[in-house]
Design a protein around this ligand. Structure first.
Ligand code: SAM
Length: 235
């Protein structure tokens, strides 16, 4: 099936025209072709095109699909140039559910409200495209938040804080932490900017410090490493 992740079966759905164009002109789908739709409760259905102009479809049956039951929130500052675009695209493919962009003490990129709004529009498009491409059932959300301290980390079962100081005594290996915490369904993973975390930022409560191997990864690589390992170990 072609996966049409955004086709929400409710009154607020506004992208039908755009999705119809994508299906008919880009994917070259036609009468009788089937595709997947996801409703507002994330139930998945097989549907068939019964008319092309305007696009009309018939829902055939509900499909039972395997869904990930661990929610993963990526907490990360904005990165320079197109690195953040790259990271959110790949992290969406790798199963991130929420992106929170925090103001890091050593952030290189700082934006005013207008620029943030424009960036969010671009980020949402990237996430939408990556969700459709990877046939995800849900589209991750993204928002700007304040500094690390302003995020209520108590809402997560586990907060994996990727700390680049490889000699930090409180850090454990990621695999060990995951294996010792088999029962959780709401996880946050926290990363620093290009320049790393300030000393103040590591004083936040409720953190599990983890090392991602013995090499320092680029800021855009670290979340992708972490999501891949979580996927391999937990899902
Ligand atoms: N400027 C820092 C330095 O030279 O040590 C490196 C910062 S690194 C480019 C950006 C972020 O990626 C870090 O704040 C951390 O969250 C994560 N990171 C990179 N490599 C890591 C590792 N081996 N273990 C844990 N976190 C890592």
């Amino acid at each position: 099936f072609f996966s049409l992740n955004t086709l929400k079966l409710n009154k607020n759905y506004t992208d039908l025209e755009k999705d119809a164009h994508h299906m008919l002109n880009v994917m070259r789908m036609s009468l009788g072709d089937t595709f997947r739709i996801v409703d507002i409760d994330n139930k998945v259905y097989k549907a068939e095109i019964t008319e092309v102009s305007p696009l009309t479809y018939l829902t055939i049956e509900e499909i039972d699909v395997q869904k990930s039951n661990i929610s993963k929130t990526v907490i990360c500052p904005l990165l320079k140039g197109e690195k953040f675009d790259f990271m959110i695209q790949k992290a969406t493919e790798l199963g991130a559910d929420v992106f929170l962009i925090y103001e890091a003490d050593r952030a290189v990129v700082k934006l005013d409200d207008k620029k943030r709004k424009n960036r969010l529009t671009r980020f949402k498009k990237i996430i939408q495209g990556a969700s459709e491409q990877s046939k995800r059932l849900t589209v991750p959300t993204i928002e700007f938040v304040g500094n690390l301290k302003s995020i209520d980390l108590s809402q997560y079962d586990l907060n994996l804080f990727a700390y680049e100081d490889l000699n930090f005594t409180k850090s454990e290996s990621l695999i060990d932490v995951l294996n010792n915490n088999k029962k959780f369904d709401n996880l946050s993973i926290i990363f620093g900017p290009e320049g790393g975390f300030s000393k103040k930022e590591i004083e936040v409560d409720n953190l599990s410090f983890v090392k991602l191997g013995e090499r320092i990864l680029r800021a855009e690589t670290a979340p992708l490493y972490m999501l891949s390992v979580i996927d391999a170990v937990m899902e």
